[in-house]
Design a protein around this ligand. Structure first.
Ligand code: KE4
Length: 428
């Protein structure tokens, strides 16, 4: 595969941007190779500047549930852009998108549009602290909620349950207000809340985790979070930025029948443009400025182009709810095919799926938390990733990410993917 132009573009980009990218995972640093620079994408395909074509399973990390450059979204954006790109003033588009979101997520009685998942979770945390008057929050190792300081915290060493910064620049003062427990750690959650529940403003969780690779919740995990937060008057925040719309229409909260106090969404609701949202119970959300005193703002929040792309995306998903079910079924078919290919090559993998998301762990046992995920064979993952890329299969370049399937992926795409996977597994 010729990647000459991408390599040259990467060298040029590295001179002026950290790692040559605007988000670290895109640098391919975790798979020790140089990233293709993309020129365009269409449907399930993505094309690089050397003219190589790939079947895309990154889908812009989730937004491209309807594939790339969907004709209805392109057409709507072409019309919208002629009316101006941003006004910094209210438009009816924002209300229209919020009402469409609410059809999928009725628990979001009131919501605020923002520009990224980071902004959504950061704002939800501030709101929870302001609403409860408490400082401490609880998150889970392996869950990623964006890069705001309170959420760039890793588990404290030893018995200490308060967190430690997971990045330079995050202060100890900030990190000690974040407690980090193991994902699916039901006993640890019960024990912690019994001892310190009154201190907790909120628990934030990826109800289906996708940022340690795909790790679904144990049966009792989400119900336990709901019970302890209710018992100790803490808020439960579901970060469905990535798993929302992917696991089921109406998200994890509908599938698992657990209603959080606040929900964070992103990715799909912007149809590929910068858009995210946080929302939930009216009595909580009415505390957000200007209704209430808890401040949050954004120049481009609710901008007309992102609203337009989001509205078209949700209208398509709403009009034909069988779309998501069919997408989930075909993802399961691909997963089954990959399991067979791995078995035939005597490669021990765990392929864990939730809706139209799945991950492949080179691990003999089920992955239930970050510790399990980190014990997977990274070298095998790298080799497999490169072998797939060389065969035109564009996968997330990290063991701790999730593969995304779109409505546009065809049987022919899957046949090509399984053929490449067979060869790639045999190379291990
Ligand atoms: P953004 O700020 O990147 O829009 O969203 C942060 C975020 C919040 N919550 C969850 C559950 C998320 O998965 C994310 C971001 N997802 C990653 C993919 N693992 C974005 C990819 C990237 O960082 O470039």
């Amino acid at each position: 595969m010729n990647l000459e132009k991408s390599a040259a573009a990467f060298e040029k980009a590295k001179k002026i941007m950290p790692g040559g990218v605007n988000s670290p995972v895109r640098s391919y640093s975790s798979v020790d190779c140089s990233p293709p620079f993309i020129s365009r994408a269409q449907g399930s395909k993505i094309f690089d500047i050397d003219g190589n074509k790939y079947i895309d399973y990154v889908g812009s990390w989730g937004p491209a549930i309807l594939g790339h450059a969907h004709p209805r979204i392109v057409e709507a954006l072409q019309k919208a852009v002629e009316r101006g790109t941003s006004f910094g003033a209210p438009t009816e588009l924002e209300t229209e998108l919020a009402e469409l979101v609410q059809k999928f997520y009725p628990s979001m009685q009131v919501m605020r549009m923002v520009n990224s998942g980071t902004e959504a979770t950061m704002s939800a945390i501030r709101l929870a602290r302001g609403f409860t008057g408490r400082d401490k929050i609880l998150k889970f190792s392996g869950c990623y909620h964006g890069h705001s300081d309170s959420l760039l915290v890793k588990a404290g060493s030893g018995a200490a349950t308060f967190g430690e910064p997971s990045s330079p620049g995050v202060t100890r003062g900030t990190s000690q207000d974040t407690i980090v427990l193991p994902y699916n750690g039901i006993k640890e959650v019960e024990k912690f809340f019994a001892e310190r529940g009154e201190e907790i403003a909120a628990v934030i969780v990826e109800p289906v985790a996708g940022n340690m690779g795909l790790v679904p919740p144990k049966k009792k995990f989400l119900p336990t979070l709901r019970q302890v937060t209710e018992k100790y008057n803490s808020l439960l925040i579901f970060d469905e930025v990535m798993c929302g719309f992917r696991v089921a229409p109406g998200g994890v909260q509908k599938k698992y029948k657990i209603i959080p106090d606040l929900t964070c969404l992103g990715k799909v609701i912007g149809g590929g443009l910068p858009c995210a949202a946080y929302g939930g119970r009216e009595e909580i959300m009415r505390n957000v400025s200007p209704d209430g005193k808890i401040y949050q703002a954004g120049t481009l929040s609710g901008n007309p182009l992102a609203m337009t792309a989001g509205i078209e995306t949700l209208k398509i998903l709403l009009k034909d709810t069988s779309l998501t079910e069919k997408l989930i079924k075909k993802t399961a078919k691909l997963v089954e095919g990959l399991k067979i290919k791995a078995e035939l090559a005597n490669v021990e993998v765990q392929i864990q799926q939730a809706g139209s998301m799945f991950s492949i762990f080179f691990n003999p046992k089920r992955v239930k938390n970050f510790e399990d995920a980190a014990s997977s064979n990274q070298e095998s993952f790298k080799k497999w990733f490169v072998a797939m890329l060389e065969r035109g299969i564009y996968l997330p370049p990290s063991q701790f990410e999730t593969i995304f399937v779109s409505t546009e992926h065809s049987d022919d795409d899957f046949a090509k993917t399984l053929e490449a996977a067979e060869a790639a597994f045999l190379k291990l």
